[in-house]
Design a protein around this ligand. Structure first.
Ligand code: CTP
Length: 399
């Protein structure tokens, strides 16, 4: 993207010595035709003036004055919806800590908490503050919530010390934002389909067989795809999860319904099959089975949705990603699924561990790639963060 014409940027300046560099970032964004609104935190005003920011940004500058009149005028929800992207530069240790706790005691933190947009943080602080365990812990949480970091870099600091904690250069911050927005624009034309959750297979009108899948990983992948601009459809089996993003959500119950919904939503460019589809269906009785000493139920094989899509040449998405939920022989089973199911990637996870996989918020995934026979381990972390890492790889593969 040559410029940022018609792109709306909400720029948040916190109180740190590198706030002077924010003026340069704003100048560069403006040179690229971005539309900018700025929020100055209370302490930011000690370093830069609202007047200089307003002159450079040619946009509205919001100050941190909470009052009934101001709330009516500023409307933090509208402000967060207005933006295509939010940049916090410099992001101080204090702001990082507040955001990690989900505090909303000023305009900047309230807008961020209410936002459904990508948030970029450009941290700037003294090396000891940067290396402090609490800062590391806060950043770990923020990454798991989907925040992205730009920098910091290593260099001479205003306090006279040298090390990591210096805010990234304005041009690097600009380029990160430009790459993100141009990819997002490109991804709008790309259709992504995700299956998630378990399926219910009915024995009779009131009983069914299901499995322990919560759908969390698939929902997080759909959310990450949507955030990166993809035209996303999520076909979900029964879960307790909600989705607030503008994602095309199709709720189904049985494997057959999931299969039909998948067919109806082809062609797609990318398909991620994270659903734990029941391998069997039951020859269902039309009436409730009455109590009896012994009962046998007959099972028959369900259609393999992934297999169907990946071998349906005319409709095959450019990138087909399957999951392998395994309790043993992860490597061997994942490699077999990669070729048996004609996938481009298999994301394998061990579902025998209590603290990861099925029903947990955490997971550990190994990606097996068809084209270069390589594997890549994504270490144990929140499913939301893993989804970001998976979608990073999808973006670089597809663009
Ligand atoms: N899958 C599917 N339709 C099915 C069964 C599985 O689309 N009827 C997909 C899953 O969504 C997943 C992949 O196939 O992406 C592998 O699922 P998994 O349950 O790990 O393997 P199965 O093929 O069911 O084989 P097994 O149970 O023997 O391990």
């Amino acid at each position: 993207m040559k410029n940022l014409t018609s792109k709306k940027i909400l720029f948040i300046i916190c109180g740190g010595i590198s706030a002077y560099k924010s003026l340069e970032i704003i100048r560069l964004l403006k040179k690229n035709n971005a539309e900018i609104k700025t929020i100055l935190t209370k302490s930011a005003k000690e370093f830069v003036t609202p007047l200089s920011v307003a002159s450079l940004s040619q946009g509205k500058v919001y100050e941190d004055l909470f009052s009934v009149e101001n709330e009516a005028e500023m409307d933090h929800i509208a402000l967060s919806r207005w933006a295509d992207v939010i940049i916090v530069a410099p992001a101080t240790a204090n702001t990082i800590s507040k955001l990690a706790q989900g505090n909303s005691d000023d305009l900047a933190s309230t807008v961020i908490l209410a936002s459904n947009k990508q948030i970029f943080l450009a941290p700037a602080m003294n090396i000891r503050m940067w290396e402090h365990k609490s800062t590391k812990e806060n950043l770990k949480n923020l990454r798991s919530y989907g925040y992205k970091l730009i920098g910091p870099i290593i260099g001479d600091m205003a306090c006279g010390e040298y090390g990591e904690g210096k805010m990234s250069e304005p041009l690097d911050i600009l380029n990160t934002i430009k790459t993100f927005l141009s990819e997002k624009l490109n991804n709008k034309k790309i259709k992504a389909l995700v299956t998630a959750g378990p399926t219910n297979e009915y024995i009779d009108p009131v009983r069914y067989i299901t499995n322990k899948s919560s759908g969390k990983q698939g929902y997080e992948i759909a959310k990450s795809l949507h955030k990166r601009g993809f035209d996303t459809t999520l076909i979900s089996g029964p879960t307790n999860l909600e989705i607030f993003e503008d994602i095309n959500l199709i709720k189904v119950e049985t494997a057959e319904e999931m299969f039909k919904a998948t067919q109806q939503n082809l062609p797609a460019d990318i398909a991620v099959f994270s659903a734990a589809v029941s391998d069997f269906k039951i020859i269902k009785k039309d009436r409730k089975i009455k109590k009896q000493n012994n009962i046998s139920i007959s099972l028959e094989k369900n259609i393999d949705i992934l297999n169907y899509v990946s071998n349906h040449n005319l409709m095959r998405p450019k990138l087909v990603i399957g999951f392998a939920a395994e309790t043993n022989d992860l490597d061997q089973n994942a490699i077999a699924k990669l070729s048996n199911k004609n996938c481009d990637w298999i994301l394998a996870n061990d579902v025998s561990k209590a603290n990861s996989g099925f029903n947990s918020d955490y997971n550990e995934i190994t990606i097996y790639y068809k084209d270069n026979k390589k594997r890549e381990k994504l270490s144990y972390k929140k499913k939301s963060e893993l989804s970001e890492e998976i979608v990073d790889r999808i973006v670089s593969q597809i663009n």
